[in-house]
Structures are given as structure tokens and as C-alpha cells.
Design a protein around this ligand. Sequence first.
Ligand code: DQQ
Length: 538
Amino acid sequence: SNYDPKLRTGYHFQPPKHWINDPNGPMYYNGVYHLFYQYNPKGAVWGNIVWAHSVSTDLINWLAVEPAIHPTEPFDINGCWSGSATILPGNRPVILYTGVDTLSRQVQNIAFPKNLSDPYLRKWVKPKYNPLIQPVGGINASSFRDPTTAWYGRDGRWRLVIGSKRGMRGEAILYRSRDFKRWVKAKHALHTAGGTGMWECPDFYPVSIDGKQGLDTSEYGEGVKHVFKVSLDLTRYEYYTVGTYDQEKDQYVPDGASPDGNTGLRYDYGNFYASKTFYDAAGKRRILWGWANESDSVTDDNSKGWAGIQVIPRAVWLDKEGKQLVQWPVEEIETLRGKQIQIKHKIVKSGKFFEVKGIQTAQADVEVIFDVKSLEKAEPFDPSWSTNPQGLCGIKGGEVKGGVGPFGLFVLASSKLEERTAVFFRVFRSDDKHVVLMCNDPTRSSYKSNLYKPTFAGFVDVDIAKNSKISLRTLIDHSVVESFGENGKTCITSRVYPSLAVGSNVHLFVFNNGAEDIEMSQLKGWEMKNPRMNDGEI
Ligand code: DQQ
């Protein structure tokens, strides 16, 4: 194999080996963060799925404990698939997950901690009254999975939704319960949308209309909006809307400015799937976990012995204007920052680039602010691009000369730039405003063959004519590039596998392939240390 062990990530969540996918049941309980995840204990491909389990006190250093749930009973013998945790009154955590039963039907099960005084909640018990919810009454038994965290209504009933589809209509089927044991299907789904196919891993939660503080999942009323997210099996991307939840009707209606489906908003415009949020009562914030799969070959995955990472957990909150979410890596990640460099006020002339020296950047955190001095040369924007930023970036990648931009970073670059991943902005002029595109272009990231190297992109909702400045933060970790545009308004995660740009041969550059000069007002970069990453029991 041509796989280089130096491409294994250093501070992104991973077990020591084997396959991982969806984050499951994240929660904070009695001073400990729990992360469960879909895991194959036998290999680097999907299969034999159990709920692996790790614990942490800071979301950064992780200790692996024994898997919490594995197939043992008729109601989960063919699979223990994704689900969520709910903290019941009296501080009692429970897990709801999808089991694949003896008839290969998807059913929903419950599990309880065996011993609440074990700080790590190692053992979980599945009561005999499982399955809790079955696919009856016309529900498609092979498209019925991934229960959400439950929320408690003012009428004294719990609610949760389960992802499903009816034909091509994606559905979030709603159930209610008074005792968390007997669940009754509601007449109407919480939300549905035509043409979107199966809704995997739905997530539904309140956000405050004002400020960054998170809300616990049952919050409802004045000053609260709701967010609904699905993972679309069809596109393998996730979409969310911001909207209004009417608890009396038990229906969620997305705001007009927030389209459903595959032209809608995304947490991440790159490699990011099956995400889930939870309310962190310690930090009073809502935290998002998401899975980034590999984009090398299955042969590579087998030879390296692992596949899949979780991205850095992000705090999420509603943007001031209420039209989209903002995300930012949890501040704890900054405890890994080591050696630092800083550069101020440097003009990046049209067509030029320069290297950022003084720190190693295979494992780094880089924050940069660009100042767009003039917008005169901005390229005209074709309105047909407005629903397809990814396609636009496919035509106008990092090498394609522009007016204002492309300007940004070449990360995970070799010394002579033979290999590099471009993370950049490009500013267009439309009739009444400017349009800013953020792009991740890995087409020149590696000399290796058999890699999937899609360009990823999203628009950034910023008034560049007024602000002139735009920021970019990039978390670089050997084979992952996780970028946050304009303080977390647009995020893009990408997996890349350089052959030259590995270990101490990794370089970082700032570039400008636009006709207009750009000022880099400031760049701060830090080497990132290694946390404890599941190096204990599993
Ligand atoms: N992964 C799980 C399912 C879920 C899918 C199975 C999403 O429960 O729908 O591993 O990646």
C-alpha cells in the first residue's frame, strides 16, 4: 500500500483502529462528556456495528471504555444503529437507538445505565419490554431509524422523531409518550418534504434568537426558534432549516428564507454527515458532532486499518440576523495550542504567494483576516450559480485567475507547492450586491491515485462592500482540513491524503490569484499538541 501512517489525525476524534461512522448519543452527565459512535470492532469497513463509547472531561482528551451496546437480543441482533441520549428528570440518562431485529425490521429500543454511580456509565441495560417502537401502520420497516433526543411538552408528554420516507418524501415521524415507555404515533409528522428521499439522523432543537447561549432541548416559547436537520441518504449531505415549532399543532414550519432539501443550508459544505447536537449544561451551549468519512480507497482503509473521524465538536448558535446558524470549534481546543507565530499587515499582490514559516503545520490551527481593499475588479455573478456553489467552485478553483480572489491559504502543501489544498474566497459582483464564495479545492492535494477529490464550496453571508474584511480559520490535522469562514458562518471539512506533504514536509502558504491586491491584516498560527486519544481500553 502507498498509505503513510503520518496521515493519521492527531487531535481529531478516532479510536486506535477500525471503522467508525455516526456520532451517537452525545451527552454531558455529572461532569463527564460521553460520546458513543457507530463502530466496527472487527475491521476498517462498515459492518458488525456496535455503540463504541468514550468519555472526556474537556471534549478534547478521550478515554475509551467498553462498547455500550451490541447486538444481543431479538430486537437488535442484526444491528445497533444510530440514536440519541435524553436526560430524564431526576438526572437519569437514557439511550434510544435503532435496532435491526430478527426480521431485519428497524425498531426503536431503549437502554439504561446499569449503575448511575459509575462515573463513566460503562454498562447499559436493555429492558425486556423492548422494542419500544415498531414499524407498524404502513411505515416502511427498512426506512425507520435514528431516534432524536426527546423533548418534553407543556402538556406533560414527551416527544421524539424518527427518520423515514414515504416514496420519495422524507419524513420525521413524531411519537409521544407520558411515561417514556408507551409511545404513540402522532397523526401528523413533525415535518416532511417531497423529493428528498430517506431522512437519516434527524435532529431538532431550540436556539435562542439572541446570543450564543445554548438551550436545553425542551425549551420552548418567547425568544426561541427551532432548527431541524436531516442527513439525506440520496446526496450524502446534510441540510437544516431555521423555523418555528408550534407545540399545540406539533408541527415545525421552516422560515421562508430557509429552503428545505438540497439547495438549503448546511452545517458544513464538505465531508460531514450523520451529525447530532446535544445541550451541554456545564458550558450552557449547544454542541455539534459530525462524522467525516475517508475519501481514499477501501484498499487504503484496509491497509491503514482505520477509517472515519469525528470533526472537532462545535458550539452552534443562531446568527444575529436569524437566517442561519454560526459554528465555532469548542474553546477547549485552544488548550492544545503550542508554538505560535503572528504576521501583520502584509500585502498579497495579484498573482503572488508567500510561505508562512516558523511553525510546523501538519497539525495546526491557523486564523487569518483578509482585507479586500477594492472591489472594482470583482467578476460578474451569474444568478444560475446561486443554488450551486459547489459547481461554481468546480469551474473556478484555486488556480483559475479571478478579479477579487481567489485569495486564501494553501494548506498541507509540499515545499514547492507540487501538492497543496487551496482554501479560499472569491468575490463576485451581482446587480445589487457582492457575492462571496468560500471554497476548498483539493484537486492538487496529492500525487496519489484512487482518491476522491471533490471541490467543496458554500456562499458566505457577509456584506463585503461595507466590512471589507473577511476571516478564515483552518484546523489542519494531517489528512483533514476543517475551515470556518467569517467567524463560522460557512464551514467546510475536507479529507486529503498528500504523498509529499506529510509530517515535517508540510508547508503553509498565503496566495492571491486575483487581479486585485489583497491585504492580509493578520495571521496567527499555532502548532497543535496531541491530546489523549482513546489510547486506553477498547
Ligand atoms: N448510519 C447508521 C444508521 C444511519 C446511518 C448505521 C447514517 O442508523 O441512518 O450505521 O450514516
